[in-house]
Design a protein around this ligand. Sequence first.
Ligand code: GLA
Length: 369
Amino acid sequence: MKFAIVLLAFMAITVQAQSELTKVTKQPFGKMPNGTPVELYTLKSGQVEVRIMTYGGIVQSLKAPDRNGKDADIVLGFDSLDQYVKTGNPAYFGAIIGRFANRIAHGKFTLDGKVYTLPKNDGDNSLHGGLKGFDKVVWNAKEVKDGIELTHVSKDGDQGYPGTLSVVVRYTLQGNELRIDYSATTDKDTVLNLTNHSYFNLAGQGNGNILPEEVKIDASRYTPIDASMIPTGELAPVAGTPFDFRKLTVIGARINESNEQLHFAKGYDDNWVLDGHNGKLATAAEVYDRTTGRVLTVLTTEPGIQFYTGNFLDGTLTGKDGRVYKKHYGLTLETQHYPDSPNHPNFPSTELKPGQRFHEVTVLRFSTR
Ligand code: GLA
């Protein structure tokens, strides 16, 4: 009898351990125009399945269950490598962004008294690392426990940025948590701001807009922008504005209010200053879809988060399963340092020096209620 109980307990533990194990597999995902092969890795736990390709480190699909256990792909993207390459993935679906997430004003910054000039790819500004950012390179990949490790060496002067930069991005999946670890070292003083640009729609990709979904951001302040979407430098209180998401709020509730900030960005596209962030992994934001019950919780070590409501999606991109992505069909929560930090001495520094190791972590947790 005793033996049977011990045996049963052992079997239960084994079954649980197995369901917690993450399976990693890879398959070819086509070739770049120059012949470089691209792989698609699948990370599958008992709860979530995520596909990541070596081109741009792009999260190509992410399947998570609703409150009835029904899976849906909840990120925007394309079915084939060709579509990412041919369109240039102009909305940065799912990609790793570097060297510098978001905008640098007039494509210029000064470091150690030297002026650096960057390609302008967003009006007068440099956006998301320039013309060929980390979203457009084929990363080296290897399997690690529960996931993959992507590496890339960006040469001194790449897109105008100083220093040879060695970057490592690890995606690991454990149960319902996808963890992204960003590390980097440099051989010259430089600036760096890395993020992931996944667009979520918790009701399923291509399944309408995200305006009925609800968002909470743990931030009492944000960094207002000017008409060219560059921070003014001010850290403004969210209290009494449509930027107050300290309580879970329907995204569409205030998005059309007459507000200069919303008008500049055609919706939400701003950086929030996370409360009490001191470099330790802490909760930053949550998205809730009342209809399906899906919840996305974002934890990060970063001091800021860009909440963007897909304002530039306009129906010209046809994504997975032939779904047409219209305005507000996806939202991003880009954990980051504040935009244009190199030009704002009052913002947390984005400088990286030889001998230092850049390390930031973001965790995406998928649950239901
Ligand atoms: C970020 C920016 C937006 C936009 C998207 C990509 O979220 O803040 O303004 O450029 O990336 O379309």
